[in-house]
Write a protein that binds this ligand. Structure first.
Ligand SMILES: NC(=O)C1=CN([C@@H]2O[C@H](COP(=O)(O)OP(=O)(O)OC[C@H]3O[C@@H](n4cnc5c(N)ncnc54)[C@H](O)[C@@H]3O)[C@@H](O)[C@H]2O)C=CC1
Ligand SMILES: O=C(O)C(=O)COP(=O)(O)O
Length: 589
């Protein structure tokens, strides 16, 4: 649950990387680097942020200090699609539909969607994830504004403020018509007890109301702390005089308030909705208003916004409406604008405020600790996929982490994402990042299984080694097959954070994973190392590392040679022709 000080809750994540123009390469998580360089530094230009709805000025100023900001309000869907491929980030409120078509039109450039507010029902999260586009929101700065608006509407309906005001302005003086009801002693059901719900509950308690709440995911002790009982949906709606809605619009809350649920409410109930219009079946509400089940409703939100001019619901004499004003206070708008500007800038830089909606969040300290292993994981992925024989599809990937850490203290999501990135990117046009790694793996039918090997010892070091196994595939390098017949590579992080290859198949090696690698499988005979070394020397290929391992003297051996340059065809042929060299493979890291 986010707290009231979101700016201090900075978390980090690997920035989404997508297929993008060269000038935006800087954003992608480049091999060998944990965090992407900032756009401005590496691309020689500033990122561009498109803002499609009014945003508090302090937030705009913050964005402008970091990026080119294009404020284009009231764009048509077509205009938005045309602009979105020219920007790195998009900042919206509830009035912009960020659909799958928008992500498709972005053609990989759009990296971040910032929702300056809470509800993200106007953003197609699945499409964002598939596109590797991060979605962040500003979930805390408008909480109080929304709660105050709900309470304002609650009091307004109880005392007929809106119709009485209209009547007097129309020249009438109808004191008898607008007799209200008191709030003291009445029961309010707060539906949804996240951030706004409790604020409404607290205020309603202050007005002398009895408050119950329903939220399938809320903790009872949190509710009790504000003097509220958490009750079942049925109990809440059937005992309340007033019902205030504070849940998100999701497939399971859509039209939750319908003919059937209205029928279970107390006759004459009053309903306040400052959440989302879609949680109410508006036609059913109209019927309930007409038959008196619901005596009054106060609506800030509508299924379609703005609602049609002739909407019977809006025009209904027992309905009080506002045009989605819940978050519209000066203070809340300054707050969300700052909150979202911070989050968007952080995400463009490669770190993230604690408000990612479609990506795992990794605390900064965890990220910093895991950073060398993140690099290693990607390199092992790249290595292992190059060992697969052409035409032998990969299905199952087993990643084995050896560690003395308690499983709860080792967050492997990042590592899994990077193994996936390493495996998928060399063999496809897909760009993989932490947002879309699991999705991309699933799409490609890659089943990634993670296993832990528990080591004794002090848990200061997060990991001893990472192994990547590919089962049921043929290898172009027989020496990469383990005794179980899997392609297997293992790596460790050595002092100073360097990635090392420590196992190929079932043979231990020790070679730094920098530059490129030649693996030779040979019979362990004298002179081979020298011969291969001199071939490379003659061809001007600098050897950075060499490691040899054998099953037994005179038997099968593997030579792992790190090389700075890519050897030419002739050099590779000469290596292959070297007596006793049975096979070899050149691998790009
Ligand atoms: N009208 C406006 O301008 C504003 C509207 N909102 C809307 O208000 C709603 C609440 O906002 P927050 O409290 O910040 O969100 P939140 O995410 O903190 O809380 C929502 C709560 O609803 C609960 N919930 C989910 N399904 C439920 C169900 N079937 N029945 C009951 N509870 C359920 C969740 O467990 C969660 O605790 C959101 O829809 C948001 O978009 C928020 C701010 C301004
Ligand atoms: O934050 C929310 O969920 C809201 O509904 C506020 O919407 P708005 O930013 O005012 O369009």
């Amino acid at each position: 649950m986010a707290l009231a000080t979101p700016l201090r809750l900075r978390r980090h994540l690997l920035l989404p990387a997508g297929p993008s123009p060269a000038t935006h390469r800087a954003l992608s998580l480049r091999r060998g680097r944990l965090l992407p360089a900032s756009l401005s530094a590496a691309a020689g230009g500033r990122p561009t942020v498109l803002v499609t709805e009014t945003l508090g000025s302090a937030g705009l100023d913050l964005l402008r200090a970091f990026a080119n900001v294009d404020c284009s309000y009231e764009l048509t869907a077509e205009e938005l699609r045309a602009k979105v491929s020219l920007v790195d980030a998009l900042v919206v409120r509830s009035g912009t539909q960020v659909t799958r078509e928008v992500f498709e039109a972005a053609r990989g450039r759009l990296r971040v969607v910032g929702r300056a507010g809470v509800g993200i029902d106007n953003v197609d999260l699945q499409a964002a994830t598939e596109a590797g586009c991060l979605v962040v929101n500003a979930p805390t700065a408008n909480t109080v504004a929304a709660a105050e608006h709900a309470v304002a509407l609650l009091a307004a309906v109880a005392r007929n403020i809106a119709p009485a005001d209209a009547s007097l302005k129309a020249g009438k003086w109808q004191r008898g018509k607008y007799v209200g009801v008191t709030l003291v002693g009445k029961t309010l059901a707060v539906m949804g007890f996240g951030k706004v719900g409790p604020e409404v509950a607290r205020r309603a308690r202050g007005l002398g109301m009895d408050v119950v709440a329903h939220d399938p995911y809320a903790a009872a002790d949190r509710a009790r702390a504000v003097g509220v009982d958490l009750v079942s949906f049925d109990e809440a709606i059937s005992t309340a005089d007033f019902i205030s809605l504070h849940m998100p619009l999701t497939p399971s809350t859509a039209k939750l308030f319908n003919d059937e649920t209205f029928a279970r409410m107390r006759k004459g109930v009053r309903i306040i909705n400052v959440s989302r219009g879609g949680v109410v079946d508006e036609e059913a509400l109209l019927r309930a208003l007409d038959n008196g089940t619901v005596s009054q409703a106060a609506l800030d939100v509508f299924t379609e916004e703005p609602p049609p001019r002739d909407s019977k619901l809006v025009q209904h004499e027992n309905v009080t409406v506002t045009p989605h004003l819940g978050a519209s206070t000066i203070e809340a708008q300054e707050g969300v604008a700052l909150e979202i500007a911070e989050a968007v800038i952080g995400a463009l830089r490669g770190d993230l405020a604690a408000t990612a909606v479609n990506a795992p969040m990794v605390p900064a300290e965890v990220l910093s600790e895991l950073s060398p292993y993140v690099v290693l994981a990607e390199k092992l992925g790249r290595l292992v996929v190059q060992l697969v024989a052409v035409g032998s599809g990969i299905k199952g990937v087993r990643v084995v982490y050896s560690s003395a850490r308690d499983p709860d203290d080792l967050d492997t999501r990042l590592l899994r994402a990077m193994v996936t990135k390493g495996i998928v990117e060399p063999i496809s046009s897909a760009f993989v990042n932490i947002v879309n790694a699991d999705y991309v793996a699933k799409q490609r039918g890659l089943r990634i299984v993670e296993e832990r090997v528990f080591l004794d010892g002090p848990p200061e070091v997060p990991l001893d080694s990472i192994q990547v196994h590919l089962a049921n595939v043929e290898s172009k390098f027989a020496g990469a097959l383990s005794d179980a017949g899997h392609i297997c590579v293992e790596g460790k992080v050595r002092d100073g954070g360097a990635s090392h290859l420590t196992l190929v198949g079932s043979l231990s090696v020790d070679v730094s994973l920098e530059g490129n690698l030649i693996l030779c499988g040979q019979l362990d005979h004298p002179g081979i190392i020298g011969r291969v070394g001199s071939i490379l020397g003659k061809m001007n290929v600098n050897v950075s590392f060499m490691s040899v391992s054998r099953t037994a003297p005179g038997k099968q051996a593997i030579m792992a040679i790190g090389v700075d340059e890519e050897p030419g065809k002739e050099a590779l042929k000469l290596i292959g022709d070297t007596p006793s060299v049975e096979e070899f493979v050149f691998l790009k890291l």
